[in-house]
Design a protein around this ligand. Structure first.
Ligand SMILES: O=C(O)CCC(=O)C(=O)O
Ligand SMILES: [Fe+2]
Length: 259
């Protein structure tokens, strides 16, 4: 397959300045860009078949973490929003297990796609991870598994839903709940959310949808899968700088191995 077999150039003119400007405006105003049916049907079917076939190899892990993904802060009590623990449970297969001919890899490597992501996010440099695991991941969430509320460390994330469960696994978020750059952590706002005093927005998407999400300041979660159909989702991760590997600590935690 080549890029035009994976993304329909008539629907998504990745190299067209007006299309990129429109996507960028949406991302800036909404904090998220959602492109339904981004993957063509045959490409989605191929990615789905690969994800199903490799599911047994997934490394499953469960973590407790604060929504800020920071270590315990002794300046605050345990139940303070800075320290309160939420749980994330998911399975993952890594870049080195994704086939060379996978549409995910062709898309990830395509210069036209990278230029589109660069133009939409305003991040000029887009580099693969220097380690063999972190660039393309496929996530699996079985019944009861969820991603707890968190703010991302990275400035944006790119996902492609591959299989949608019959119930649950809602992507929920609140745009700009904090301002990390200004050091404004908004503990009150996080407390309101964790205590159910405010309701998040819900993003609904079908398989084949591309989501480009700015998660550094927009808190988000994926609610527990409430069905026996596994949620499957590809994550495409780029670095602003070349030769950057994900830390050994993070790789051991999420992948269970270093290479
Ligand atoms: O699974 C998703 O849709 C979002 C994933 C996410 O938030 C993350 O990996 O940080
Ligand atoms: Fe996230």
């Amino acid at each position: 397959m080549q890029l035009s077999d994976i993304v329909n150039p008539d629907r998504f003119a990745l190299g067209d300045a007006a299309f990129v400007a429109q996507c960028r405006a949406t991302l800036d105003s909404d904090g998220v860009l959602v492109l339904p049916a981004f993957l063509r049907a045959d490409a989605l079917a191929a990615v789905h078949a690969e994800s199903v076939a490799k599911q047994d190899r997934a490394y499953f892990c469960a973590q407790n973490h604060s929504v800020y993904l920071t270590p315990h802060n002794p300046a605050f009590p345990d139940d303070h929003p800075a320290n309160r623990q939420v749980v994330s449970t998911k399975g993952c297969i890594c870049d080195d297990e994704v086939a060379q001919e996978s549409p995910l890899r062709i898309l990830y490597d395509a210069p036209q796609f990278r230029d589109f992501v660069a133009g939409t996010t305003g991040q000029a440099g887009l580099h693969s991870y220097a380690d063999t695991l972190s660039s393309i991941n496929i996530h699996y969430a079985q019944r009861g598994q969820e991603l707890g509320w968190h703010f991302d460390n990275s400035s944006f994330a790119i996902t492609l839903l591959i299989q949608k469960p019959d119930a649950g696994s809602r992507f929920e978020f609140i745009k700009d709940l904090r301002d990390a750059g200004a050091g404004r952590m908004n503990y009150e706002g996080v407390d309101d959310l964790l205590e159910g005093r405010v309701q998040p927005e819900v993003l609904t998407m079908d398989p084949g949808t591309l989501v480009l999400f700015r998660g550094r300041n927009s808190i988000h979660r994926v609610s527990p899968n409430e069905s026996d159909k596994t949620r499957m989702l590809a994550v495409l991760a780029y670095n602003a700088e070349p030769d950057v590997a994900l830390s050994e600590n993070v790789r051991m935690t999420f992948y269970g191995r270093l290479a």
